[in-house]
Each structure stands twice: as structure tokens, then as C-alpha cells.
Design a protein around this ligand. Structure first.
Ligand SMILES: Cc1cc2nc3c(=O)[nH]c(=O)nc-3n(C[C@H](O)[C@H](O)[C@H](O)COP(=O)(O)OP(=O)(O)OC[C@H]3O[C@@H](n4cnc5c(N)ncnc54)[C@H](O)[C@@H]3O)c2cc1C
Length: 386
């Protein structure tokens, strides 16, 4: 984050808060929610350089899935049995917390239909079977499906088998953010307010933005993929990674629930209103699907359409109404992190949701509030693990 001499002179009025949260996506709103819940007297502001959910949160596919970016057998191999279970439980708790705190329903297009992981090769199916076995040993609810069941329940061709995670959900992500913000009437939201610089004056932190000068005691940086632009400390923790998506016209309902394919890289689901949303294939342009541009590319968009035409006959050659991309924050090890800047004990942060912010950020925001209030939280999400 650099600031020009000219812009540095533009902020005019001074605003005083106890906490300023930078980022109006799911992680910023979640952090504010839990801080507000812990102490309703706290004066909290959320600022965003765009509008509510203008980052990845308003550009994602709306899956609220448990676990992480990889099949459970791989999570297990990488982290060990105990931690793999803890990581899974953390995301299940995220969904339970969303349900119990926000009373989600039709208004947010909230559905709890589970989700599917589909294998197009025998090798992946073997891994999925291994995952299902391990999960059953841990009492995590899954169901195994063969090729015929996938055809009859999902109307999907070309998959040799799969598993269904019974407790997953999906949602309209922007409406989720609106619900969260509406649940905190005392929290002020400032759109079009870009943080340029943070400086100190005694125990106050001063945030210079294009709109106002914010004076506060604590800062929460909740900008995920944009964290390295704010402070070089984050360059080792998180990298800006692009994701692309498209959505079709409304179709008669044909999918039992949201689906992942190809080792969680590609994903699709049908909205309650019938549109098919599909994303993924960043593996085709791995070197260029990074950074902060929000363009879409022909290679990936064509691959998404080809996937539909190959695997989903009910959606073949339908009109595509929107194509877009978004900036995610991939952490160094695939798990989210929370922490406090080593250079400033009054600047806290969370991020690194690695394409799973809806499945992780509400719980992670709760952990951040525990860190700020000096309470314990699961060690595996501490940024100190790096
Ligand atoms: C195409 C795509 C599909 C995805 N699908 C899913 C999915 O189905 N399920 C799922 O769980 N996750 C999905 N994700 C990932 C998910 O969207 C993210 O993990 C999540 O939104 C991260 O939330 P956040 O609030 O941390 O970050 P963001 O939503 O990116 O919010 C960060 C905010 O910070 C603001 N900001 C940045 N810099 C500044 C500054 N200097 N001053 C003020 N404001 C600033 C930005 O404007 C932005 O609004 C997907 C992502 C993409 C791109």
C-alpha cells in the first residue's frame, strides 16, 4: 500500500472509534459481529474501499462446505488424524454458528442439502472411498455413491463415483452479508473508504483513508487476498489468487445439491431459482490466475462451458448471463490464520481462507475476538504456526 502526496492531503473529518475493521467481506463482518457480541458498548466501524461484499465474498459460488481445500484422506496424511478431525470440526462449527446466531432462511437463499465430491477417474474415486472410511471412523456423516446414483440424483454424466457430505450448505453470499450487517445496528459501515496508511499517536492508531481520518484503539485487518498490499509482513502468509465463474439462465431443477469435481478444484451448484453456477479450472492458467485483476479469460471460461456440455446434459448450450472473477487469499498451508502484527500489538488480522471463506470465516472471526480479549482459541489457526 503506497499513498501519493496528493491523496494523503485529502482526508478531512476525524472519526473516533474503539475498533476499526478494514474489509467489508465475510471475515470483516464476522469479526465485527463477535466483537460487538462480546462487548456491545464497543464503538466499531467497518470500512471498505468498495461496497459491502465487493471483494471475493460477493463474487463466490455460495458453497458453505466443511473441511478444507483437499479430500479428507489428504488432510489426514498432511496434518495427522487428530488435527485433521479438529480442522473438519472447526468448519462444521462454522456452519452451526451461522445457523444458531443468524437464523438463516429463505431470505438468504439458505439451503442445507449437503454437497457432493465427484470423481471422474478411478484414482480419485479410490481416494474418496478412503476419505469416506476415515470420516466414518470419526463419526463424520458421509454417503458413498456409484456411477448410477450420480446419474439419477444429479443428472451428471462421466463420473465413476463420489461421496456426499451430509452437513454442507449453500447461500446467497451478498444477502448473508446484509443479514450480518443488519444484526449489528450499532456498528457503522463506511463504503468507498480506502485505507492508505496507519500511523500511531500514543495508544491511538490513526487510519488515513480517502474519506476520513479514523482514530481508534484497535485495528482489525480483514482484507484477505489484499493483506500484502497493506503490509509486507503478509507476503509470506497469503497470496492473491484469482478464481473465475459463470452462471446460466434459469433451468428446471435437476441437481440434488452442490458438487465439487476434480479434487475440489472445480465446482457447480444450482440456485433455488434454477440458474447453474460453475467455477474452477484455475489450474489451466496457474501462472496468470494470480494478482488483483478482475478480468475473465477465454481459456477458463471455455473450459467451464465444456465441462457443462460434457457432464451436465440438462444444462447443455444454455445462455450464460454473467461471467466474473474474484481475488482470493490462499494461505501458505491451506488453513486460515489469525494474529497480531509483530510490529504493533494493536493491529490484529485474519485471512488465508483459501477459497473457503464462507465455510470458515464466521468461526475464524469468533476466534479473532477471543484473541483480542485474551482468550484461548485453536492453535492451528494461529499465524504463529508459520
Ligand atoms: C470465484 C470464486 C468462488 C468462490 N467460491 C467460494 C465458495 O463457494 N465458498 C467459499 O467458502 N468460498 C468461496 N470463495 C472464496 C471466498 O469468497 C473467500 O474466501 C471469502 O470471500 C473471503 O472473505 P474476506 O472477507 O476475507 O475477503 P473479501 O471478501 O475479499 O473482502 C476483503 C475486502 O477488503 C476490501 N479492501 C481491500 N483493501 C482495502 C483497503 N486498502 N481499504 C479498505 N478496504 C479494502 C475489499 O474491497 C474487500 O471488500 C470463492 C472465491 C472466488 C473468487
Amino acid at each position: 500500500m503506497s499513498i501519493s502526496y496528493w491523496l494523503d492531503q485529502s482526508a478531512s473529518s476525524k472519526k473516533n472509534y474503539d475498533v476499526v475493521v478494514v474489509g467489508g467481506g465475510i471475515s470483516g463482518l464476522s469479526s465485527a459481529y463477535w466483537l460487538h457480541k462480546k462487548d456491545p458498548q464497543l464503538k466499531i466501524a467497518i470500512i471498505d474501499k468498495g461496497h459491502l461484499s465487493s471483494g471475493a465474498t460477493g463474487r463466490n459460488a455460495g458453497f458453505i462446505t466443511c473441511g478444507s481445500v483437499e479430500h479428507f484422506n489428504r488432510l489426514n496424511e498432511r496434518w495427522g488424524a487428530q488435527l485433521a478431525k479438529e480442522i473438519w470440526q472447526f468448519s462444521e462449527d462454522n456452519l452451526d454458528l451461522l445457523k444458531s446466531e443468524l437464523n438463516l432462511g429463505d431470505k438468504e437463499d439458505f439451503q442445507t442439502k449437503g454437497s457432493f465430491s465427484l470423481a471422474s477417474t478411478e484414482n480419485e474415486f479410490l481416494e474418496l472411498k478412503k476419505s469416506a472410511q476415515l470420516m466414518e471412523d470419526f463419526n463424520i456423516q458421509v454417503e458413498s455413491l456409484d456411477e448410477k446414483q450420480i446419474q439419477s440424483r444429479l443428472n451428471a454424466d462421466g463420473f465413476v463415483g463420489g461421496i456426499k457430505y451430509l452437513s454442507d450448505a449453500s447461500i446467497h453470499p451478498r444477502k448473508l452479508c446484509e443479514t450480518l450487517l443488519a444484526s449489528m445496528p450499532n456498528v457503522d459501515f463506511f463504503p468507498n473508504t480506502e485505507l492508505f496508511k496507519i500511523s500511531s499517536s500514543g495508544d491511538q492508531r490513526i487510519l488515513f483513508t480517502n474519506q476520513h481520518e479514523f482514530h481508534c484503539q484497535f485495528v482489525v485487518l480483514a482484507t484477505n487476498g489484499y493483506l500484502p498490499l497493506i503490509n509486507p509482513y503478509f507476503e509470506d502468509l497469503v497470496s492473491a489468487t484469482r478464481g473465475q465463474i459463470l452462471i446460466t439462465e434459469k433451468l428446471p431443477l435437476f441437481l440434488e445439491g452442490p458438487c465439487y469435481a476434480n479434487f475440489v478444484l472445480d465446482y457447480f451448484r444450482q440456485l433455488p431459482s434454477g440458474e447453474l453456477i460453475i467455477g474452477g479450472f484455475r489450474q489451466l492458467e496457474k501462472d496468470t490466475e494470480v494478482g488483483y485483476s478482475d478480468h475473465t479469460s477465454k481459456v477458463i471460461q471455455n473450459a467451464l462451458e465444456k465441462f457443462i456440455n460434457t457432464h451436465l446434459p440438462a444444462a447443455q448450450n444454455k445462455s450464460i448471463t454473467h461471467r466474473w472473477s474474484g481475488v482470493m487469499g490462499f494461505s501458505f498451508d491451506g488453513q486460515p490464520f489469525i494474529g497480531v502484527l509483530p510490529s504493533d500489538p494493536q493491529i490484529f488480522f485474519l485471512g488465508g481462507f483459501t477459497a473457503h471463506g464462507l465455510g470458515l470465516a464466521f468461526h475464524t472471526g469468533k476466534c479473532l475476538s477471543q484473541l483480542i480479549f485474551g482468550e484461548e482459541f485453536p492453535e492451528f489457526i494461529s499465524a504463529k504456526r508459520k
